[in-house]
Structures are given as C-alpha cells and as structure tokens.
Design a protein around this ligand. Structure first.
Ligand code: 2DC
Length: 501
C-alpha cells in the first residue's frame, strides 16, 4: 500500500520540493525498517518560539491555513510543538486508517483544557465528552443506545421531521413579508434557532418554539453563549487557562460566563422534564432525557452533564454545516437540481414513511459528506498512541498525540481530485472512500451526536429542496476562520425562492 502512495507536491518554493522528495523516498522503501521518531521533519524543537510566531501570524484564527502550509513544507507527516502541545500531524487516509486501527477500546482525543478547568472551578461533573477510561466507556455505551442506535434514530426521526417542516413554514412567512417573492438574509441566527429547536426536541421531547417570531430571550442567550464559549476556547488551547485565570484575563472570565449561562439554561430544561416525569401517564417516547431518567442506569448528575454537552454541541455544528451546504448548492452549477430530482422521486416513492424516504436519497447524503469535506467542523481528529505505531514509515512511540489534518485532507488534490469542486457524486462513483469521510470522526469515540446531526440535516435539506431554490451572489467567495470550530469568515447571504412562484 505504501508503494502506491502518491505524494502531496505543491507548486511552490524549492525547499518544498526537497522535502517532498525526501518523504517520497521514505514512502517507497516501505519494506525497509521504519525511520526512527527523531527523523520526523518539522519544527518541534522550539515550542515556545513557535507559539510566539503562531500568535504573530494570527495563528489562532488561521490554524487550518498554517497547517496546510506545514504540509507543503514538510510533507505528509511532520512533528510540531506549540507551547506545551507536541504532536505528529498526518493527513493521508491510509495513515489515518493505521492510526485508528490501533486505537483500542479507550481511545482519547486532545483534551480541551479550559472545558475541564471550568468544570473543576464550578464543581461540575464531566459529561461523556470529557470523561475517559472505563467510566467513559460504560456511560458511552448506555448513551449510544439512546442516540446512536437504529432504534434510537427511529424514535426521533418524526421529531426532527416536524422541526424541518416548521423551518419551511417560517421561510414562507418571511417571503410574504419581504414582498419580493423571495427571502434574502444571513441565515446564521435562523439556523442556530433551527438547530437548538431540533436538539432540544430530541433531548426533552418538547418544543421551545424557536421558529416563531417571538422567542424566549433565555434561548437566544444560550445560542450566543455557545458561540462565545467556542470563541474564548481557541486561545486557551495553547495558553494555559490556569494562567489566564490567575491574571483574571477577560478570555477566562468570558469563558466562565458563557459556560455559566449554558449550564443554567440546560439545568432549567432538565429540571422541567425531571419534575413532569412523575406525572407522566402515557407511554409515548418523550425524548432522550426522560428515557435515561426512567432507565435509572446512570447517576443523575452524570445524565445532566452529558445532556448539557449534547445540547450545547448541537447548535453551531449542524447549523454551520447546513449554511455551508446551502452555500455550495447555490454555487455549484446543476447540483441542486439533481438533488431536488432525487428528493422528489424519493418522496413520491415513500410518502410519509421517513425511514424509506431516507433510504432513497444517496445524493443528498453525499452532498453533506462533500460539505464536511470542504468545511469540516473539526479541523483535526486526534488520538494518543497506545503502543509503537508505524505511520508513514516512521516509528511513533506510545503516548504520542497524533492529529489527522481533516481540513487539509479534504483539500488535498492527491486524496480528492479537483478538491475545489463541490461534487457530491465523487462519493458515489467507484473511487475509494476508505478513511476519507471522517467528518464525524471514527470508532468508539466518534461524534456521539452523529445520527441526530445526520438525520436533522438530511431532513432539513429534503424540506428546503422540495420548496425553495437556493441562490447566492456567485461573486462572493467566503473564507473560513478557526474559532475552535471552523466558521465562515464573513456573513453569507443566501436567497430562498419558492419553487411554486
Ligand atoms: C479543536 O486542536 C482544535 O463536536 C484542537 O459538539 C483539537 C480539537 C479537539 C476536540 C474537538 C475540537 C478540536 C473542535 C470541536 C469538537 C471537539 C470535540 C467535540 C467538539 C469537534 C478539533 C464538538 C464541536 C462538540 C462540542 C460539544 C461541547 C459544546 C460540549
């Protein structure tokens, strides 16, 4: 496999060429013993100097761009030290496969230190996102049954469908109000509300009513707090939160404020369900939280912690992905029409059977994969190695933090030909998709919200495509900013035009 690996050669400086050749020869001689760890290319001897340069180049917001530059400079595997983080970066699907194949039953990703620090500071339990070891595994398996299994999915499918329908209704209202037969807007906040409404309906079995004109200010505050929480996290990836806490920096205090209101709002939602549970009479499904409480398998405080994480994790992730999906569908010639044709045929063949409907929309699913390829939520996937692991013909010792550059992989022409083209069909043709669609991670530690997110986004696109033509100003190319997750660097204006007009 190593023999056939093509290399990431970019037209640039001569230094680049040298590095590419160096790594090419190492890839070709794969039947020779792997190179020692110390042979890895990269700037790993000067962690604090790197951090300084990083900061000067506004690296906190440009992590993804700097990472692509590093790949060009050093080749497909390199080591980098930034402040206290020492990592090996890879981006080839084969290397990602080698990493995940040895992850074991307790895989661990990079710890987001400020998130732990906040919980320690406020004396709160860690949810399943932050837990590790056996405790993590036991709780994760119980939660999987609720949110990741087929049975779980079938229970919340109709819930997510009705939120999608409400979004469409809201767009029609806005079209009428605009008097121009269409609605043009920056949909960021509308999509935040859609996403929060969706995740809360699944978790609590109750509607918050966020797709109406008047919305509870508490909910808007929750939405704004999640965004603020992400924004204040990224500088603390490299500057120890302890230090910022000590000097009472606004990054830390804003971060605490953000988590405080996230937890307050979640607590109120959870409390409401908890008290109404005793009065319940019927046996209909009423959300993940009730189901967990009734099972009585996890300590109440742990349930609360994980439900809060799911609620906060369900806002910016799906909404941003949907915004990018609509942006790409509006720009790629002919793609939207193909998706619409598929959706209309699938609907005609399945009526109100949602499970059947979702089985008939491979192109819509591929469009979401394609969106996450170009605009992944997570810039990297990370794992700590548990034993000696050979990655790209280098020996990596146990305990090493290895990061798969997901953003870089998605734009690497050797992995995805013509990477700049939005082409959902590339996922359906005969080409290899092995370890290429990693938008939700991989294995037992993959995104726990994956199925909720997928169903929510698929149903959203179905409803939107059935009703509206998606348009945007073609001239405006939108870049990306890293704020822990990847956000558009400027507002995206989208137009939704009813098909029936
Ligand atoms: C950020 O270098 C960059 O799904 C770091 O819904 C490595 C890293 C580690 C973990 C990643 C994080 C990055 C991005 C945001 C992720 C997070 C794991 C889960 C989280 C990808 C890539 C996210 C957005 C969750 C957040 C839930 C939270 C609000 C409770």
């Amino acid at each position: 496999m190593l023999l056939t690996r093509r290399l990431f050669v970019l037209p640039s400086t001569s230094g680049l060429l040298n590095h590419s050749l160096a790594s090419e020869s190492s890839a070709v001689v794969s039947n020779q013993p792997p190179l020692p760890y110390e042979h890895l290319p990269g700037d790993w001897k000067k962690g604090w100097r790197n951090l300084y340069h990083f900061w000067r180049k506004d690296g906190f917001h440009n992590m993804h761009h700097l990472m692509m530059k590093n790949y060009q400079r050093f080749g497909p595997i390199y080591r980098e030290t930034l402040g206290t983080h020492d990592s090996v970066f890879i981006q080839h699907p084969e290397d990602a496969a080698a990493l995940f194949q040895v992850e074991g039953i307790h895989p661990e990703r990079l710890r987001i230190q400020p998130w732990y620090e906040y919980r320690d500071y406020r004396n709160k339990r860690y949810g399943v996102l932050l837990k590790s070891g056996e405790d993590w595994r036991c709780q994760r398996l119980i939660l999987n049954r609720e949110v990741l299994s087929v049975a779980g999915m079938n229970r919340f499918l109709p819930l997510l469908d009705s939120v999608g329908q409400d979004f469409v209704r809201r767009v029609y209202t806005q079209v009428e109000r605009s008097d121009r037969g269409k609605w043009t807007a920056d949909l960021t906040n509308e999509l935040f509300r859609f996403a929060l409404e969706s995740i809360c309906y699944v978790l609590y079995g109750q509607r918050l009513g966020l797709l109406q004109d008047y919305i509870n200010p508490e909910s808007q505050k929750f939405i704004d707090s999640v965004t603020l929480m992400f924004h204040t996290t990224s500088p603390m990836l490299y500057i120890p939160p302890r230090l910022l806490r000590l000097i009472n920096s606004s990054i830390w205090t804003d971060h605490v404020k953000a988590w405080d209101s996230i937890f307050n709002h979640a607590d109120r939602c959870i409390q409401g369900i908890y008290s109404s549970l005793r009065q319940r009479t019927n046996n209909t499904y009423s959300g993940v939280l009730s189901s967990l409480l009734l099972q009585d398998q996890l300590p109440l405080e742990d349930i609360k912690a994980s439900i809060t994480e799911l609620m906060a994790g369900g806002v910016d992730t799906t909404s941003m992905t949907l915004q990018w999906a609509m942006y790409e569908l509006a720009r790629a010639p002919g793609v939207q029409e193909k998706l619409r044709a598929e959706v209309l045929a699938a609907r005609a063949a399945s009526g109100s059977d949602l499970t059947a409907l979702l089985k008939r929309i491979p192109l819509v699913k591929a469009a979401l994969k394609e969106t996450l390829r170009l605009h992944p939520v997570a810039i990297t996937l990370q794992r700590y190695t548990r034993r000696d692991t050979i990655l790209h013909n280098h020996m990596i010792p146990p305990g090493t933090l290895v990061q798969v550059g997901l953003y870089a992989m998605g734009r690497n022409p050797d992995v995805f030909p013509s990477p700049e083209q939005f082409s959902p069909e590339r996922w359906l043709g005969g080409g290899s998709t092995h370890f290429r669609g990693l938008g939700f991670g991989f294995g037992p530690r993959q995104c726990i919200g994956r199925r909720i997110a997928e169903m929510e986004m698929q149903l959203f696109l179905i409803h939107v495509l059935e009703n509206f033509k998606i348009e945007t100003n073609r001239m405006a190319e939108v870049g990306t900013t890293f704020n822990l997750i990847i956000f558009p660097s400027k507002p995206i204006q989208l137009t939704l035009r009813p098909l029936s007009l």
